[in-house]
Design a protein around this ligand. Structure first.
Ligand code: NAD
Length: 287
């Protein structure tokens, strides 16, 4: 199956990044959101990111212009998806938002179109149930920031066909990404592991084992990680971390995924991380 036209639903952090790498790879790409203001914001994020690649000499000016010429926007999901060969949804991480979109896509897209979701943890099988083509529904879990991160988790539900998997692996590889296939399970692989690290970090802080600078330092130096758990939690967002933990905890009942009380207290007082300029490093940094 030849993919020419790609539709990305949601123009936020992830949707704009996915639309960018799709256009960079040569696909005609249409990015959808609910208002013109939101798609414009997404386009601006893309322009800034491409501009940085050009500035650093990692992309030619003509390549940037080519990618931008292949990018289109819309506020009408049905119209945007009408001719799409491959659709990726990257809207809010809530089943009640994603399911109606999958239904609309089911109605609007050609029968053979694959419907992929960038969900961080909602079961792909559940999303597939909103469509009459569960064999063509799959998870493509890109990482943030999409233009820089090379890994993509591909999630195959019990009903995803081998053909859908093959087309998806080829498509995602063509975006310059490395893929790993995982089963449809809560949190997949990446979030099963990283949420535990962040949760345990918060518990160590509750126990006053050491200060956050020292804990981040020893993890960076010991394991050659670019960031320690507190730096990473501030980057990912404390609210996102709590949601991910709670999602896995609710689906499995495993105590180890119960969010540390400190994380919940931080969300309640609005310390949700770097995106709001207030996180671990503002609350707990050494004076
Ligand atoms: P975001 O809040 O930045 O963007 C979501 C966008 O979806 C918003 O612009 C919103 O207006 C739009 N949207 C909501 N309802 C819509 C609708 N009906 N039609 C069209 N657009 C609609 O969120 P994000 O961080 O980009 O996350 C998107 C998805 O990617 C989520 O499922 C999230 O779990 C997943 N994800 C996020 C990250 C991350 O680090 N941010 C990493 C991996 C996966």
């Amino acid at each position: 199956m030849a993919i020419k036209k790609v539709c990305v639903v949601g123009s936020g952090t992830m949707g704009s990044g996915i639309a960018q790498v799709s256009a960079q790879a040569g696909y005609e790409t249409i990015m959808v959101d609910v208002t013109q203001e939101l798609v414009d914001r997404g386009m601006n994020m893309i322009k800034t990111s491409l501009g940085k690649f050009v500035e650093k000499g990692r992309m030619k000016q003509e390549e940037m212009e080519g990618a931008l010429a292949r990018l289109h926007t819309s506020t009408d999901v049905k119209e945007a998806a009408r001719n799409a060969d491959y659709v990726i949804e990257a809207v809010f991480e809530r089943a009640e938002v994603k399911l109606p979109i999958l239904k609309q896509l089911e109605e609007a897209c050609p029968k053979q179109t694959i419907l992929a979701s960038n969900t961080s943890g909602i079961p792909i099988g559940l999303l597939a149930s909103a469509t009459k083509r569960p064999d063509k529904v799959i998870g493509t879990h890109f990482m943030n920031p999409v233009p820089l991160m090379r890994g993509v988790e591909i999630i195959k539900s019990l009903l995803t066909s081998e053909e859908t998997l093959k087309v998806t692996l080829d498509f995602v590889s063509s975006l310059g990404k490395e893929t790993v296939v995982v089963k449809d399970s809560p949190g997949f692989v990446t979030n099963r592991i990283i949420t535990l690290v962040l949760n345990e970090g918060a518990k160590l802080l509750e126990e006053n084992l050491a200060n956050i600078e020292d804990m981040d330092k020893i993890i960076r130096l010991s394991f050659n990680w670019p960031m320690g758990p507190f730096e990473l939690a501030d980057l990912i967002g404390i609210d996102v971390t709590v949601d991910l933990l709670e999602g896995i905890y609710q689906q499995t009942g495993w105590e180890r995924y119960k969010p540390a009380p400190l994380l919940k207290r931080m969300v309640e007082i609005g310390y949700t991380g770097r995106k709001v300029g207030k996180g671990f490093y503002q609350l707990f940094a050494k004076a």
